[in-house]
Design a protein around this ligand. Structure first.
Ligand SMILES: [Zn+2]
Length: 307
């Protein structure tokens, strides 16, 4: 609730700054914000701080209309997410083709509404969390798309784009193979014929896994190494396609620029959290910016609903 004292301070009672407009992203920067003597260095610093703060808030605010909110509030959770995704893409000028898909999955923590997986560019919505359509869900989605934007900036950055893609593909490949092995670890050779039809898509893969498993530890190690390598190559080619689309649309970021430094910080933030952002490290640039988006869009949505 960092904003509360600012909204209720005398500065914002001025007729020039309407607090409802401010939260509704309509207000420009408070240009006539005066903090005593203009020549005073400290006051200038404070003014700059507020200018930056408000420009950050207004940058993160999704443009939605009262009519949008009325429509959204009548939808089911999945339709709500689809329609909100469209509004976010439009407002932030994200390419609809490169928007991270939203997937329902149990996340093992009831408190968590959703999470962005940087290594697969997927937003997972927690099936164990019963958030209904509304301000909370909208702002949570805005938060996760903020992470997507951070990741897309990483891809556009010459100095780290390739490194990030390699790392993401490796992490994701290892995770996929380990999930697969865990899921089918108890399948026995004699059960295979019964599974042929049911698991047609993955059957050859499953067969080779059971064979390796039965042949001992070393065979299983070699199998894991080989399939992880193949899996990584597939994932990597998907990432490279996405990178190509993003670069064609938004251009590359040169190394040693201010933007490149920010990208490097984002990358560090994603890696700190083991790629599934939002679980532990709340003090990263990634999270501070994403929570700014949560905050502003929560009130943005709420006020559109009320007025
Ligand atoms: Zn987050």
């Amino acid at each position: 609730m960092i904003i509360k004292p600012i909204i209720s301070s005398d500065l914002y009672k001025s007729e020039n700054v309407n607090k409802r407009h401010f939260v509704s992203c309509k207000a420009a920067l408070p240009a006539n914000l005066k903090l005593g003597n203009k020549n005073n260095v400290t006051n200038k610093k404070i003014t700059n701080f507020f200018k930056k703060f408000f420009s950050l808030l207004s940058e993160k605010c999704i443009k939605i209309k009262n009519a949008d909110v009325k429509k959204l509030s009548k939808l089911s959770v999945s339709d709500f997410l689809v329609e909100s995704q469209k509004l976010i893409a439009k407002s932030k000028k994200y390419d609809p083709e490169t928007m991270a898909p939203v997937v329902f999955a149990p996340l093992g923590n009831k408190k968590l509404a959703m999470v962005y997986d940087a290594t697969s560019n997927v937003i997972y919505v927690n099936t164990e969390n019963k958030v209904k359509p509304g301000a909370m869900l909208f702002s949570a989605l805005a938060h996760e798309y903020e992470h997507m934007a951070q990741n897309m900036q990483i891809l556009r950055t010459k100095s780290i784009g390739a490194k990030a893609i390699d790392e993401y593909s490796e992490i994701q490949a290892q995770r996929n193979i380990s999930n697969f092995s865990e899921m089918y670890k108890n399948v026995k050779k004699e059960e295979l014929p019964n599974l042929k039809e049911q698991l047609a898509d993955i059957f050859p893969f499953l067969e080779s896994f059971v064979q390796a498993k039965d042949s001992g530890e070393e065979a299983l190690r070699v199998w894991t190494q080989n399939v992880t390598k193949t899996e990584k190559a597939t994932i990597k080619s998907n990432w490279l396609n996405l990178q190509k689309m993003i670069v064609e649309k938004y251009g590359e970021i040169e190394p040693n620029t201010k933007e490149a430094k920010i990208s490097e910080e984002y990358y560090k933030g994603f890696m700190l959290d083991g790629s599934l952002v939002g679980f532990k490290k709340l003090s990263t640039k990634n999270e501070i910016e994403a929570y700014t988006s949560t905050f502003i869009n929560f009130y943005n949505y709420l006020l559109k609903k009320i007025f």
